[in-house]
Structures are given as structure tokens and as C-alpha cells.
Ligand binder design. Structure first.
Ligand code: ADP
Ligand code: MG
Length: 402
């Protein structure tokens, strides 16, 4: 089914409460939720100090907890079956492989702020696809941080919460991510995209409420295995180009300046930088077009972004290209304004802008044609720009009352 039920969050919340009772044999006392995210445009610009334009999706990770014994943390994921147990009386440290380091890192962040973490039984449940580039990792971190706000009474500014979670991902999970994922999960607002300036960390909520236009996400079914090493290589090229142009970050380079330096730069470095510089321009332009409801123009910018990621930055793959080309083939007559790979690339998802009335037909064609061409099943769904993290009420849900 393409349209998620109106209350996916309520459903996940309820499932998490049930799973908690079944696992720990007690009533939970606290609950919190945080969404995954999709980036509409602005890819590989974050670590160059540029702009990104994500939105929170209406798929959430829910964390529920009750008081534990002593100062032990007992943690279980209903999604993976993974479990972890550690002591909250001492400073929490990174555990080995298979340990819940995203959660440990967030708890350590609270300890650093002077918050005392009590013993907790904690259960995670989520309907954010895991490892798909929709940032289940940020959803997990931000859900746990929001839960800890409720547990410890130590409320954080959402920006500080996002930064605490980013640090957890850097230091405990070993992933040198930018700020986009945690900001989108912590600061998402219903009916809005987030324009994020990754240099100043300034944020603007951009309304996107036209009911005639939908955001469609298609998962290629390809895991992003190449991503880590290739990512480091591209980061290096970007730094090289910035050095050559005499700017601190490529955000400060212009296309004219880059073109003027072309002869001095290795071709690959030039093309990597050209992607970043043009992508920044496309992102700020996309915001202007969205504000005017000019969806064809937004769609063209998305196709432009994909071509640049494919040809200049070289982070696409045949599967993502196929998904985008199927959309382009449908065209506006078939209900598609634009499409591009979203996230780091080398697999994961595409994001497309689709006329709402055509959503079912486009989804069907996308799945069928993708299977014919690639031989894989694509998971396709739509999401409205959703609300960010929140503490959830703990009164019993209506259907569970005797
Ligand atoms: P993405 O953030 O795009 O989904 P990542 O590789 O960054 O992909 O993060 C996925 C990892 O986050 C998983 O391998 C797992 O360690 C952790 N994770 C995220 N959500 C959950 C969950 N609900 N339960 C257990 N682990 C989770
Ligand atoms: Mg992640």
C-alpha cells in the first residue's frame, strides 16, 4: 500500500508498548518518538558547508522505558532483536561490535551535561526502514535523547539535542556524518521542509503544503556497501578543490572561480567541486520555486541534481539511475515532476515529486518496470513532511482500556 495509514506513529507507539510489557513484564513509564528523514535536494553539500533541504518523514522510531533495577540499562530492539546491557552509574563507554552504540553515545552525552541516568528498561520499535538512507540511525539517537529528556527532566534546546546526537554518531558509532539527519529528526515540522545552512547551522522552515503534490520515496533494494570508502575519497577531493581555490569550504566558491581554475585542477577534482557548487545553487533555487509552487521547475532541479551526482560526483549506480529514468519516462503527463537519488548514493533510495492524484499509478509503474529492468523489488511509499521528535503521552490507548 502506498499511502501510509494516517497514524503510523500511533501504530508504532502501541506496538512498542505491547512489546515492552511482553519483554519486561511491567508497565512502561516514558515514551518518545523521532522520525526518519528524506533529503529533497542538496546532496554532498553538508560537509562543504553548503545547503540541504530535508524533511522529516512520517515514519518513526519509538523508545519506551520504565524504571530498571539498580543503575542497570537493559536495552532491546524489537526490530533487530539486538540486546545490550550496561551500567549507568559509571561513565558510559563505547561497546564492541553488536553493542547499542548509538544509544550508549546519546546516554553518554547526557552524562556529560551532568544529567544522572537512572536504571532503565528500554525498548526500541521503529517503522523507519533500517540502513536504507532514510536515517534510522538519527531517528534512534533522537528518540532516545527525547526519552532521556523526559526521564531525567533535563530538557534540551532541539538544536543542542541534534548536536548531541551527531556527536554520539561520530564518537560511538564511528560515522563522521554531517548535521542534516539529526536536525531533520529533532526539528522537523509538519507541512514544512527544513532549509539548513550547514556552515552557520541556521535553519529555516519552508512550508510545503500543496495537497496536489506528494513526495514519493523508492528504495532500490541495494545496500550502500561501497559508500564509506568512496565517501572519504570524495571528501578529500572537495578539500583539495577548496584549497586550490583559496576558500575554506567549497560553499564559498563560485562557478566562475572554479571554471577559471579548471586548468590547474585534475579533471576528477574539478568535477567533484562542480557538483558541490552547482548543487548549492540548485538547492537555494529549489526553495524559491517551492515557495512559488512552481513544481515543474523544482522537478527540473531534481533531475539536474541527479545528473550531477551521476556524472560529476559519481555516486549513483545503475539501480538508482533506473528508478530516476522510469520517472523521467513517465514525465509530467504521467504525473512525475522530478526525481533524484537521495542520501549518500551507491544504493538506498530515490526521492520524487509526484502529482498526488497519480501516486498509485506511478508507484505501480515504478515497481513493475524496475523489476523488469533490474530484477529487484522496489519498496515505494509517500510521506508528507512530518513533525519532528516528541515525548509521547503515557495514558493507556483507548482500545486497550478494559
Ligand atoms: P540509516 O541511518 O540510513 O538507516 P545507518 O547505517 O546509518 O543507516 O544506520 C543503521 C544502523 O542503526 C543499524 O545497523 C543499527 O545499528 C542502528 N539502528 C537504527 N534503527 C534501529 C532499530 N530500530 N533497532 C536497532 N538498531 C537500529
Ligand atoms: Mg544513518
Amino acid at each position: 500500500m502506498l499511502r501510509p495509514p494516517a497514524s503510523t506513529l500511533a501504530g508504532t507507539h502501541e506496538r512498542a508498548l505491547r512489546a515492552f510489557r511482553a519483554r519486561f513484564g511491567a508497565e512502561p513509564r516514558w515514551a518518545a518518538a523521532a522520525p526518519g528523514r528524506v533529503n529533497i535536494i542538496g546532496e554532498h553539500t553538508d560537509y562543504n558547508g553548503g545547503f540541504v533541504l530535508p524533511m522529516a518523514i512520517d515514519r518513526y522510531t519509538v523508545a519506551v522505558a520504565g524504571p530498571g533495577t539498580e543503575r542497570r540499562i537493559r536495552l532491546v530492539s524489537a526490530n533487530t532483536g539486538g540486546e545490550d546491557e550496561f551500567d549507568a552509574a559509571a561513565p558510559i563507554i563505547r561497546g564492541g561490535q553488536g553493542r547499542a552504540n548509538y544509544v550508549r553515545g546519546v546516554m553518554a552525552g547526557f552524562q556529560r551535561l551532568g544529567a544522572e541516568i537512572p536504571g532503565l528498561d528500554l525498548l526500541i520499535d521503529s517503522d523507519v526502514p533500517i540502513g536504507s538512507g532514510l536515517s534510522s540511525s538519527a531517528a534512534l539517537e533522537v528518540a532516545v535523547a527525547t526519552l532521556l529528556e523526559a526521564v531525567t527532566g533535563h530538557a534540551l534546546d532541539p538544536v543542542d539535542k541534534a548536536l548531541l546526537c551527531q556527536r554520539a554518531e561520530h564518537e560511538f558509532a564511528g560515522v563522521p556524518c554531517g548535521i542534516m539527519d539529526q536536525f531533520a529528526s529533532a526539528l522537523g515540522r509538519e507541512g514544512h521542509l527544513l532549509l539548513l545552512d550547514c556552515r552557520s547551522q541556521q535553519l529555516e522552515h519552508v512550508p510545503m503544503i500543496d495537497p496536489a503534490v506528494s513526495v514519493m520515496i523508492a528504495h532500490s533494494g541495494v545496500r550502500r556497501e561501497l559508500a564509506a570508502g568512496e565517501f572519504a575519497l570524495r571528501r578529500g577531493r572537495c578539500e583539495e578543490a577548496a584549497d586550490a581555490l583559496g576558500v575554506e569550504l567549497l560553499r564559498d566558491a563560485t562557478l566562475e572561480r572554479l571554471e577559471a581554475a579548471k586548468a590547474r585542477l585534475p579533471d576528477e577534482t574539478f568535477r567533484r567541486a562542480r557538483h558541490v557548487v552547482t548543487e548549492d545553487a540548485r538547492t537555494t533555487e529549489a526553495v524559491r520555486m517551492i515557495q512559488q509552487g512552481r513544481w515543474s521547475a523544482v522537478g527540473e532541479l531534481m533531475y539536474g541534481s541527479h545528473a550531477s551526482l551521476r556524472d560529476d560526483f559519481e555516486v549513483s549506480c545503475p539501480e538508482l539511475d533506473a528508478l530516476v529514468e522510469i520517472c523521467r519516462g513517465l514525465g509530467e503527463a504521467g504525473g512525475v515532476y522530478g526525481s533524484r537519488l537521495t542520501g549518500g548514493g551507491f544504493g538506498g533510495c530515490t526521492v520524487s515529486l509526484v502529482a498526488t492524484e497519480a501516486v498509485d499509478a506511478v508507484g505501480k509503474t515504478l515497481r513493475r518496470t524496475y523489476r523488469e529492468q533490474i530484477g529487484l523489488g522496489a519498496v515505494v511509499f509517500v510521506s508528507r513532511p512530518a513533525a519532528g521528535a516528541a515525548i509521547l503521552p503515557m495514558e493507556r490507548l483507548p482500545m486497550e482500556q478494559p
